[in-house]
Write a protein that binds this ligand. Sequence first.
Ligand SMILES: [Zn+2]
Length: 122
Amino acid sequence: MKLRLVSRSEMSQVREILHRLQKGYCRLCRKPVSIEDGVLDHSKSTGRIRGLLHRSCNTFEGKIRAACRWMGKTRSVEENLKLLIEYLELDPTSLIHPNYMQEIRRAKPRARVGNTVHNKRS
Ligand SMILES: [Zn+2]
């Protein structure tokens, strides 16, 4: 694949093309995004444009990437995220953390149903 440097004057045209290719959806969250609100996300290591994203999704990606770097440079961001997903999908122990009761009292009302504590995996 031959790479091509996009000029700043072509940015709006690239946004329109990606918007069409992505059928009007953000490439990260997969919700509708307008051309005007979309930003061109690119790899900080290669410069290659990855897709049209909501500004908030682009910020989210950057923050997650920065947090993964904080975990250590011996693994890639992708490896750290895979480890995180695997960790979150593990069966938890049967022990309840003492902070949990405070957390559910502070939770939004719609997160609770009566006094029932939902059996969430995490
Ligand atoms: Zn999005």
